[in-house]
Design a protein around this ligand. Sequence first.
Ligand code: NAD
Ligand code: ISE
Length: 346
Amino acid sequence: MTVNVGVIGVGMIGQDHVRRLTTVLPGSAVVAVTDSDAERARSVAVSVPGGAAPRVFATGQELIADEAVHAVVVASWGPTHEEYVLACVAAGKPVFCEKPLATTQDACLRILDAEAAHGRRLVQVGFMRRFDPAYRALKETVDGGAIGAPLLFHSVHRNPSVPPHYTADMAISDTAVHDIDVARWLLDDEVAAATVLKPRRNSRAGALQDPLVVLLEMQGGAVVDVEVSVTIAYGYDIRGEVVGETGTAALAEGNTVVVKREGAFSGRVPPGWRERFLRAYDLEFEAWLAAAAQGSAAGPSAWDGYAATAVSDAALEALRTGTRQTVSMRERPGLYTPPGQGRATT
Ligand code: NAD
Ligand code: ISE
């Protein structure tokens, strides 16, 4: 079956997802696009390879309502996600929503309530690290007991630079939100409290407070430290190490080749998220299309989106106040507990 997809928001990542749906993965066709920048939507539509160009809709709501659209990708700015995800759930259409699921906890709760009323999952959130082969190997190692019970998780999230619209809060709500999700998933636990430290500022940071260190206390007692650096110039560097009772497990450096010459050795650091997580984005969409073809959703759920936003809200408050903040969350509904599994969905 071919899943006819409509894409809302065709900026950087929206265009990348259109490319993967039309030229990388089998089983889908992009039949509709929209963007608040109408000219951008038109130029993306005409650049789609293959048969008929996707239809360009004036609004996301019209795109979602169109009968030819079976499933929807939301890749517009974070504050617009709630409206579109709710409209997809109301229409009973599977939806892939880029992170964050929504920018407030209340908005996430409205999505959880709508999905619960629908009675089955329709929402997948774009936490692509869960599909990254290196993170998967790390989780398998930890889950397999090779290093004993996990005690600490060190996570490093470095961006060379960020776009001009990037605000101070986004270091947590847009960037660290990935580390928050991956900590919940790797440790199979929820976050109990957050504290944020402000190291000496990078002189390149402008109005941003960069870097930041986000400390998360998990309900089971493990502690997570996240370094967020978004103006670090040298490349896009993602690291993760779990410290267990009897050993450690870390993401390996991504290079297939290390060059040694003139008394030194070197490898490449990827320039950005597009290259570092290329395979992860493909795999998350493969999973999404398979589930969408059955009228459902897989992978990171609306619950995972809600949990990440609840923790990110606590961390933002910790940053503002300079104090430790506890995370309070609704009880997890049965819809989001996979049979025989722990708390965080794969
Ligand atoms: P972008 O600014 O390049 O693109 C966003 C697009 O959405 C723009 O073309 C904008 O005109 C459009 N838009 C804004 N409001 C809209 C609305 N109401 N209706 C329709 N279109 C609208 O931003 P981006 O970097 O592509 O980010 C988009 C989303 O993807 C964000 O939520 C971001 O956090 C997420 N993202 C995720 C990853 C990842 O690694 N998973 C990477 C980059 C971006
Ligand atoms: C961006 O939106 C992403 O999601 C990237 O994965 C992240 O590294 C970057 O910091 C965000 O701005």
